[in-house]
Design a protein around this ligand. Sequence first.
Ligand code: LCS
Length: 393
Amino acid sequence: MDTRDKGFDSKLIHAGMFDDQFGSATVPIYQTSTFRFKNADHGAACFAGDSEGYIYTRLNNPTIDSLEKLIAELENGYRGIATSSGMGAVNTIYGAFLKQGDHMISTDAVYGPSRVVMEKHYSKFGVESTYLDTTKPDLVRKAIKPNTRMLYIETPANPTMSVTNLKEMVAIAREHNLITVADNTFCSPYLQKPLDFGVDVVFHSITKFLNGHADIVGGIIVSKNKELDSQLRPMMVNLGCNMDPHQAYMVIRGLKTLSLRMDRSQENAMTIARFLEEHPKVDWVKYPGLESHPQFDLAKKQMNGPGAMISFELRGGLPAGKTLMNEVKLCMLAVSLGGVESLIQHPASMTHSKMDKEAREKSGITDGLVRFSVGIENVEDIIDDLTQAFDKV
Ligand code: LCS
């Protein structure tokens, strides 16, 4: 069924679906590593790209294809490339577009390992990188060098919640012929579609809002055209960071309720952000839905909603934050985000602990910052839980 002219929610249910021989209502799991050729000529034609047949699951697989088509439609892109994890997507992108002597500019407060892998590993292969506050276009302009090849943006950023202006970044990148990449994990295509702002390549940790149920790890890349896709896919295949068919099925299943889940968690997040902002033990709150957020107006224009991620710092810094995290009961003390369950964690000692301390502090990831991923529980229960934990601080 052609779903291209259908609404977002209809796409979530029907896009990427194909007719199998039994008329299945859901996408079947093709749990096979390899596919039988009809004969030797057919096998050769598949390898030559002259036949649409499947070859081997690291290269392609009907269940994974289905997910890739579905997310490409949600992002208004050419085609998806599913990966074994969000970091698989990050490495596929770095590996496909950067070579020895190239330079990359990135948002400073990105997910810790996205930066650590560049600074600790790609630097060994002669790739240079500059991390800066991409909410300030002048800083980006000044950092561009003759060998700059990529502008990598995470918005909202993990965990500072800073919001970068995608349109502005694309305009700068076009002046200098740079590839633009956006990590859209915190929003999902329900809340933000970077390709619509002219970004070249968008990707996700699928582990988060897209899957939404804290039961698989995965990633997906969507490029705006065939040319970019054809540079990325061989890198994914040769890195061997393909998704597994069962994993793809789980994501397709989780995606069906993306809008419903995001609406509810976002509604809860708004209530909780206001509760935190008014709480006497809270020093500051960063949530794109609060007027106090530095990019509140931009977030309103660029995103279809402020999302379900909140950062805040308690008066009393880290010791106070630790007590809060140790005392919550309904909210889980765990990393990851974007699931139906509320999760609380401490970036400086957990998700961003492998980052250089000075760089971490310069990026706004203070020792007292607590990150909260708001789930879809009853909001009164989340607030009751936080209240009893705050009482012990
Ligand atoms: N990009 C962002 C924005 C992320 O938050 C993560 C994971 C990744 C990429 C990497 O994805 P993964 O390989 O884990 O699927 N973020 C995590 C976090 O904040 N806590 O635990 C994982």
